[in-house]
Unconditional design. Structure first.
Length: 371
């Protein structure tokens, strides 16, 4: 259990996003052990969007990263990553922007996902215009029904790409963020899905294609996929590097620490048993259900009941009204959902041993850096 307390808070403007260095390192070390080595990890950067975080992970031997936006992709390229995936299909200018990155960073192996002929066509046209070539991964729909194509379409898509100039399918991107079952059932579902991917990989090889890369999973399915070790297999957790309260509650098998908190202050006691923090939608993610949006580290018997743009109201449990905290009290909120929080802060405060030791820029907070 981390001690979230910062000793000198007088000059810290709240709300403030704080990462705890010991927690980050502990989570990264555990992920490396579970994966069987740093070189088996291909973690997502969407939770932190920080080049400093990328540099920290690279020092631990993690040199491949997954990205949700072109700005994140540029960030990891500038950090010197060995490889990176853009895990969003192309839309509008995406393929042209991607081509610019392929030209600008030849030392980083860049991969892009596609799940239909339209995506392949977009990349083929951008490749012809820019004089580059694209490495593609088939985005597999593991019954999540968000993006991706059924695995049964792999031969068709690989063959169609082979007919185009400047694009080639080199494997599979297999994200299963819908795996929320208890660990035993989760493992059985993952086993079946992974076996189907391996069968299709072997079939494609027999047809003369090169499915050399398979990137599996998100955070909940990470412990299930790691049993499958082998050449060309990687794992792409994201949230577990920071972790949040709702994941730890839903997935007790994920033994990671909450390495981030939002520092906030009590600004009002508007009625008996109520206290208001300066941490509304603009300070902490507002997408979980109200009672799961924030948890106060080291302070219980209360629950959030109202959130607006700048305010978050907690209500003391019956019988605990006398313990309503005073105006000015500093609290450390563990987010229910950490992933959207980095978007709300231009910088992240880095804590160690009760002190703020560094400030990390949220490098890819915007959707464009250069291209």
């Amino acid at each position: 259990m981390l001690d979230y307390t910062i000793r000198d808070t007088d000059d810290i403007i709240t709300p403030a996003l704080i990462y705890y260095k010991d927690g980050l390192l502990e989570n990264a070390a555990r992920a490396i052990r579970m994966a069987g080595g740093a070189d088996r990890l291909w973690p997502h950067v969407k939770t932190h969007k920080s080049m400093d975080m990328v540099h920290m992970l690279m020092k631990l031997g993690i040199r491949r990263f997954k990205c949700a936006q072109i700005a994140e992709l540029e960030m990891v390229c500038r950090a010197g990553a060995d490889a990176a995936i853009l895990s969003m299909p192309p839309a509008g200018p995406t393929a042209r922007r991607a081509a610019a990155l392929v030209r600008a960073f030849p030392d980083t192996a860049l991969y892009f996902i596609a799940d239909c002929r339209e995506h392949i066509g977009d990349y083929a046209r951008a490749a012809a215009e820019a004089g580059v070539s694209f490495r593609l991964l088939m985005d597999v729909n593991f019954d999540m029904d968000r993006t991706g194509a059924p695995l049964s379409k792999a031969e068709e898509l690989f063959a169609f790409a082979a007919e185009q100039e400047g694009v080639e399918f080199l494997g599979f991107h297999c994200y299963d963020g819908n795996r929320h079952e208890e660990i035993g059932k989760r493992q059985k579902i993952v086993d079946k899905a992974d076996a189907a991917v391996f069968r299709m990989r072997d079939r494609l090889v027999s047809c003369g294609f090169r499915p050399e890369v398979i990137v599996f999973g998100g955070s909940p399915s990470f412990p299930c996929h790691v049993k499958y070790q082998g050449e060309g297999i990687w794992y792409s957790p994201g949230t577990i590097m920071i972790f949040d309260k709702n994941y730890s509650t839903a997935f007790p098998d994920l033994d990671f620490v909450h390495a981030a908190a939002i520092m906030s202050r009590v600004i009002s006691r508007p009625a008996e048993g109520l206290f208001t923090l300066d941490c509304g939608y603009k300070g902490i993610s507002g997408d979980p259900p109200m009672e799961k949006r924030a948890y106060i580290a080291g302070f219980g018997h209360c629950r959030p009941v109202l959130q607006n743009e700048e305010h978050l109201v907690f209500k003391m449990d019956p019988g605990y009204e006398a313990k309503t905290p005073a105006v000015g009290t500093v609290f450390y909120l563990i987010p229910g959902h950490i992933c959207p929080c980095a978007l709300l802060y231009p910088e992240i405060l880095i804590a160690e041993n009760g002190e703020i030791i560094d400030h990390w820029e949220t490098t890819a907070r915007d959707r464009r850096i250069t291209w």
